[in-house]
Ligand binder design. Structure first.
Ligand SMILES: NC(=O)C1=CN([C@@H]2O[C@H](COP(=O)(O)OP(=O)(O)OC[C@H]3O[C@@H](n4cnc5c(N)ncnc54)[C@H](OP(=O)(O)O)[C@@H]3O)[C@@H](O)[C@H]2O)C=CC1
Ligand SMILES: O=C(O)[C@@H]1CCC=N1
Length: 271
């Protein structure tokens, strides 16, 4: 099997690296192409995949093609590559919002998987949700799942609406965690800790809390109550968050990402 990744940025390169490291494919069976000259030079320095500059030199040879460009580059890319594609090929889009129907129409091909990864894929801790068009067979789906799992875990969802929703939770979610971390860092700095100490305090607190959460079936609320003593410091902080409606705001933020994914789908529907 030959796999091509189009777009060597955050996600495309992450996937290419993960597939290469998994030894799922032979080195030269993994191909990558990016339209920027500098990035192409960078990619050439990594020996474990074949780097291409022209779509015509790699698209026809691929069995599976990852599309890892920004949604606003989708239509131009599909227009240029559509005559190079063939019927059996499977296209895996990592693009937020862009629908299976838009890709089927843009490429005039039927086998399309829509996947929503997240950035922790860079350290093998990614979560990729995915769904596929009916034309992708069970056997093909299991191969696709193996490819996606090279970056962490994957979850198969029933509908594209689920993919848009998962974008609001897991796709964009790492940024919400970083937002929280940034706020705690800023508080630590304000309290007078050095940059280094602030980072250690925040990093170990997040890492420890996540590990605790993973260690049992308890929900976060129960863990919150284990930290908070009656009349103590944590309760003061949690009350302050409740007074400021922080929980509702975070939910609203997740919905904003979900809604934006739906909107992107409409924007890139018909070229
Ligand atoms: N970053 C993330 O956390 C996540 C991203 N995604 C999705 O992944 C996709 C890629 O995002 P990300 O990796 O962050 O983006 P990047 O901008 O980092 O990478 C995209 C790369 O594709 C290149 N490119 C653009 N057009 C073409 C083309 N026609 N042929 C070949 N290469 C091209 C870009 O070059 P140039 O810079 O010159 O345009 C760039 O190097 C997006 O659609 C996004 O929705 C999904 C989940 C999480
Ligand atoms: O912000 C975005 O549009 C992409 C999709 C999910 C994470 N990054």
């Amino acid at each position: 099997m030959k796999v091509l990744v189009i777009g060597g940025g955050n996600m495309g390169l992450t996937y290419a690296e993960a597939i290469a490291n998994s030894k799922f494919l032979k080195d030269k069976d993994l191909m990558i192409l990016d339209n920027s000259k500098e990035k192409t030079e960078e990619l050439r320095k990594r020996s474990h995949f074949a780097v291409f500059e022209k779509l015509e030199d790699c698209v026809p040879a691929a069995d599976v093609i990852f599309i890892a460009v920004k949604p606003y580059h989708a239509n131009a890319l599909m227009e240029t590559m559509k005559d190079l594609t063939s019927e059996g090929q499977i296209f895996i889009s990592l693009m937020a919002g862009v629908t299976i129907a838009a890709i089927q129409e843009g490429l005039n091909r039927k086998k399309v998987v829509r996947a929503m990864p997240n950035l922790p894929a860079q350290v093998g801790k990614g979560l990729t949700s995915f769904t596929a068009s009916d034309e992708v067979s069970r056997l093909e789906l299991s191969t696709i799942e193996n490819l996606l799992d090279t970056t962490g875990r994957s979850v198969r969802l029933d509908t594209e609406n689920d993919i848009d929703a998962s974008t609001g939770i897991s796709g964009s979610g790492p940024a919400y965690i970083f937002y929280f971390m940034q706020s705690m860092l800023e508080a630590a700095l304000k309290m007078g800790f050095s940059k280094h100490d602030s980072r250690v305090l925040v990093e170990q607190t997040f890492a420890g809390a996540v590990e605790l959460f993973s260690s049992s079936d308890l929900d976060p609320e129960a863990w919150m109550n284990r930290v908070a003593s009656k009349g103590g410091t944590t309760r003061a902080a949690l009350d302050s968050m409740d007074d400021n409606n922080v929980k509702e705001m975070i939910k609203e933020a997740a919905y904003a990402a979900f809604n934006r994914a739906v909107e992107l789908g409409k924007e890139y529907q018909n070229g």
